[in-house]
Structure formats: structure tokens, C-alpha cells
Design a binder for this molecule. Structure first.
Ligand code: N7H
Length: 515
């Protein structure tokens, strides 16, 4: 059994390594990172003339953070409460409106890149504070994230940053620049404009990781490679997968209909502060190194980690590079997202049951199963988000990394300031978290047979939510025996809470929201 699995695995590995690499590096932008492998942003000029037949998005009205992905160098999230609605409204329309950065400004070729990009978004209680009671048609936005903690798999709100536990946060400024000083200057300017009409509730500073880790999250994996291409924005820039209807992300565009007119161009922003236990993750990966013949101990360790994520640290997908990391593939934006887990040209390959190349439990296959459920971008693959977050917190210290400690220093916190944009929270972030990540039976391991359960997402899944701290059991991770179960008895990612926001079109800042 093991021998035949090995030969299937190796023949699939050889098959997957056939296409020739082509590395291109685009020029960098002043306030955005552009690591090799990240999807290219369309140029400011060409996007004004969207390809024929595509939905034309008004990129001058859509706030800049929504479509550009995980590309900021430094970013501050400044959460506030509105104390004096009349003054706030008046300043929003007169001064803040003109500070807010649109999408075109951030795209390559822009002649109007700000020193510090400014975006603003409001919670439901924030809109109510402004006396905006229109139905935005998103019940989760109305409930707020606090009410959802257990539904999202969090252990209640005991681990939450206290400021998120409640509904006091009315809005958030997202400030991005290449330098923290520029962010501080712009924040001081905004605070001076708004005076006592707002009060600070909480702030979180994020930064792209240093040196060669730029673009990688704290566990070390390139993150942001697979954000979907969006019709009317960057369709046609990458070979696969096909661009997604802009209505999945931007209200009032594409297939998204029936919202209040003033919300056209807006998007729902899910914010989560997700702490990462990096030494603990590294130890677990080391302790569970695989035993694939022909690989060194280090390669078997890296392979285990890559099979938890579904990509190597370079960003190369294991579906295309199943044995060893392939940095050239990771850096090649024409190829690193051009896969869907199916291999119709491999005789006998069944995408619904074969997990020798990529486990069903791998984070990227759990969060976007692509062709695993059948036709890609059909009903089973309709739950798309644009991830726009950034790492926060310090690098792992030498003491933490030392072999006898392998645990996070309790005085330090690092993680991902997770940001996801979508036009409907229930079918975007919440669906992915509840129905896929935290669902041990998703995807079904071997269609129509009694294979072992896939398990919850090994990185961010939780069993049962509430107070349960049950160990997580996953399968599929050993390519030689995909039924073998691995038990994960600690959490690598801890939710510190967050909030749901609406990122309005810029025109609404001087229109509906300030009148
Ligand atoms: Fe994930 N990680 O390092 O483990 N994520 N994620 N994520 N994630 C992805 O594909 C990570 C989180 C998605 O289209 C990569 O760009 C970490 C939440 C989706 O193939 C890596 C945390 C949710 C994808 C990580 C975290 C998602 C994705 C590969 C928390 C949604 C795209 C790079 C600390 C509820 C899948 C890439 C696709 C990819 C990591 C959280 C969703 C490396 C550390 C909460 C949809």
C-alpha cells in the first residue's frame, strides 16, 4: 500500500514539475511592497479604460485598500468612537473626504500617490451614531462581530482585546505609508481636524516583515499570492483562475443589486486581530517531520509544514511542487496561482478523492477548494474574499527560537491584522470560517466512501468554538498514507477579536454620511 502510494506520489510530482519557469519583477511603488510572486496591480491609466465587455469600476470612488491586497509597507488601524456626530459629519464632508485615498492613486503609474494613504470605514453602531439607518442588507454587519465570537469558533471573548468586546467602536482609519513617522503625522492631522468629535478606542500597528521576509506572514509563508482577480479591475492579468464578478466584493457593481444607491463602490471590511504562536508552530512542524524516502530530514520537515498550508514558504503551491519548495515557481506570477487541484491529464486522477499532491485539510484548500467541489467558480466555489491584511508585532527573538524554549514570550504578541473585503459577510469571511475552516468534514475526504474525516483547518480552525479546547485531528498530511491522523493539541492562531465595518465609496463621505 505504502509503495504504490509512493510511486503515484512521485509520478504526480514529476508530472507537476514540467512547465518552464519565467520570473518577472515589476517596479516597486513608494508605499506598497511588490515582492516577486505577488499579483501585478493594473496600471492607474489602463484601469480607467477597463477591457471591453468588463464591468467598469469607478476606481476614483472606491477606497484604495479594497482591491490592492496585502501590499502595504506600514499600516496603522486607528479605531475610534464618535462623540459629537454633528461636528464629525461636518468635518467628514469638508476635510476628511479630500484626504481619503482612492484606488487609482495607489496603482502603478499614478501621478498622485499620497505620502500616507488614508481609508475610513464604519461599524453598524458608527452609522447609527451618524443617524444613518439605511438597510445595507447585511445582517452580520448589523449584529457586529462581538455577537458572533462563538459562531466564529472563538473561545468566547476571553482572549479578545477588551476594546473589541462590545459595540463601542464606531469606525476605523486605515493609514498606510512607507514610514511610521508619515503615518503619525497624518494621524495627528486627522485628530486635529476632528478634535473632540472622536475619541481613540484602540490602535494596532502593522508592518511588512523585514528583508527577504517581506510579503511573508509570521510563520514564514508568502501570503497574498492568491487574491482573486476582479472583473473590471485586473481581469486578464493572470492566466488562471478566471476573474471573479466585482459584485462579490464591491456593492452595486456586477451581480450585486438592490442596495441603497449611495453604497455603490463600497465594501464590507472584516477586521480580525489574529495572534500567531510562531515558536509553537515551528516545534509542531519539526516534531512531525514526514518520512518520504529520498528527502532529507530538513526537507521532510519543510514538506510537513507546506502540507499544512498548501503552499511552500516561497509561495509555490504544493499542487504543482509536491516534493520540494520551488522558489522560481513561487516567484512566477504567471504560474503560482495557475492550479485548481485537478489533473485531468493524469490517468485515473480524481480531484474529489486524491490528496496525494495537496491534502484536503491544507489551509489553502480548506479556504478555497477550487475544483475540489466540481466546476471551479461554480456554486461550490462562490465564496470569495479579498485579503488585505498585514503582519503585526515583533520578529521572533533568539530566546524564543532557542530549541529548549519553543514557546512565545508571553510579553510579546505577533500575528496577522487580518482584513477581508466582500459584498456579503455571510457568504464571504463568515462562510469560509464557519462552513469550511471549522468544519471537520469539509471537504469530504473520499466522495462516497468512508475515508477518515478531513479535520478542521490546522492553522486557524477550531473544534466546536465556545469553551472547548479539544485537540484538532487532521488527515491527508502524510502523502504516503493520507488516512493517517495527526493530532494538534495546541492552537497556533488565537483570535483576539475584531469588528465588522463598511468601507463606503468616497462620494458618500461628502454625501449621505455627512448630511
Ligand atoms: Fe489564510 N498562513 O500563513 O497560514 N493564508 N491565513 N486565512 N487564506 C493563505 O494564497 C494564514 C485566514 C484564506 O485562494 C496563505 O495568498 C494565516 C482567515 C484564503 O488558494 C497563507 C492566518 C481566512 C486564502 C495563509 C490566516 C483565510 C488564504 C497562502 C491567520 C478566512 C487563499 C498565500 C493568522 C476566513 C486560498 C495565498 C486560495 C491563503 C496563512 C487567516 C483565508 C500562507 C497565518 C481568517 C481564502
Amino acid at each position: 500500500m505504502k509503495l504504490s502510494s509512493l510511486s503515484i506520489f512521485i509520478s504526480l510530482a514529476i508530472h507537476a514539475a514540467l512547465a518552464a519557469p519565467e520570473i518577472k519583477r515589476a517596479s516597486s511603488d513608494p508605499i506598497l511592497i511588490n515582492p516577486p510572486g505577488f499579483p501585478s496591480l493594473p496600471s492607474s491609466r489602463t484601469t480607467k479604460f477597463a477591457p471591453q465587455g468588463a464591468t467598469t469600476l469607478n476606481l476614483n470612488d472606491i477606497q484604495g485598500d479594497i482591491l490592492i491586497g496585502m501590499t502595504k509597507i506600514k499600516e496603522l488601524f486607528f479605531f475610534f468612537s464618535i462623540k459629537d456626530a454633528a461636528t464629525f459629519k461636518s468635518k467628514l464632508g469638508s476635510d476628511i473626504h479630500s484626504l481619503v485615498t482612492n484606488t487609482n492613486q495607489l496603482l502603478p503609474g499614478s501621478s498622485n500617490v499620497p505620502v500616507t494613504a488614508v481609508n475610513i470605514a464604519f461599524s453598524n453602531t458608527g452609522l447609527l451614531a451618524l443617524n444613518v439607518t439605511d438597510d445595507l442588507q447585511d445582517p452580520d454587519f448589523v449584529s457586529g462581530q462581538f455577537a458572533e465570537a462563538i459562531n466564529l469558533g472563538d473561545a468566547g471573548t476571553s482572549n479578545w482585546v477588551p476594546e473589541f468586546a462590545g459595540t463601542n467602536i464606531h469606525g476605523v482609519f486605515l493609514l498606510a505609508a512607507s514610514d511610521v513617522q508619515d503615518i503619525d503625522t497624518q494621524l495627528a492631522n486627522i485628530q486635529q481636524i476632528l478634535g473632540d468629535s472622536i475619541t481613540e478606542i484602540y490602535r494596532l500597528s502593522g508592518a511588512a516583515r523585514p528583508g527577504n521576509e517581506q510579503g511573508h506572514e509570521h510563520f514564514g509563508y508568502l501570503d497574498g499570492v492568491s487574491n482573486p482577480a476582479v472583473q473590471g479591475f485586473d481581469n486578464g492579468t493572470r492566466p488562471q483562475p478566471t476573474a471573479i464578478d466585482s459584485g462579490s466584493f464591491i456593492l452595486g457593481t456586477g451581480k450585486d443589486k438592490g442596495r441603497p444607491d449611495w453604497t455603490t463602490g463600497g465594501s464590507f471590511l472584516v477586521f480580525r486581530q489574529l495572534q500567531q504562536k510562531v515558536p509553537e508552530f515551528n516545534k509542531y512542524v519539526q516534531d512531525n517531520a514526514l518520512n518520504v524516502p529520498g528527502l532529507s530530514q530538513e526537507e521532510n520537515t519543510d514538506l510537513f509544514g507546506a502540507r499544512l498550508i498548501g503552499r511552500w514558504k516561497s509561495g509555490a503551491p504544493i499542487d504543482l511542487a509536491p516534493l520540494r519548495d520551488d522558489p522560481a515557481l513561487g516567484a512566477d506570477k504567471q504560474r503560482n496561482n495557475n492550479f485548481n487541484y485537478d489533473h485531468p491529464d493524469v490517468p485515473g486522477f480524481d480531484v474529489k478523492s486524491n490528496q496525494t499532491l495537496c491534502p484536503f485539510s491544507a489551509h489553502v484548500r480548506k479556504t478555497r477548494p477550487r475544483a475540489t467541489l466540481g466546476a471551479e467558480d461554480g456554486p461550490g466555489d462562490a465564496h470569495h474574499i479579498i485579503r488585505s491584511g498585514i503582519p503585526y508585532g515583533p520578529e521572533v527573538t533568539d530566546a524564543e527560537a532557542s530549541s529548549n524554549q519553543s514557546s512565545t514570550d508571553p510579553s510579546l504578541e505577533r500575528g496577522l491584522a487580518f482584513v477581508a473585503y466582500q459584498s456579503n459577510i455571510a457568504s464571504g469571511f463568515k462562510f469560509i470560517q464557519q462552513s469550511w475552516i471549522d468544519n471537520a468534514r469539509f471537504p469530504s475526504p473520499v466522495a462516497g466512501t468512508t475515508g477518515n474525516t478531513t479535520g478542521v483547518d490546522p492553522i486557524i480552525g477550531r473544534v466546536g468554538g465556545s469553551a472547548t479546547d479539544a485537540p484538532r485531528v487532521i488527515t491527508g498530511t502524510d502523502p504516503l498514507d493520507t488516512n493517517k491522523a495527526f493530532t494538534i493539541d495546541s492552537e497556533f492562531v488565537i483570535s483576539r477579536g475584531g469588528e465588522y465595518f463598511f468601507s463606503p465609496p468616497i462620494s458618500a463621505l461628502s454625501g449621505r454620511l455627512s448630511t
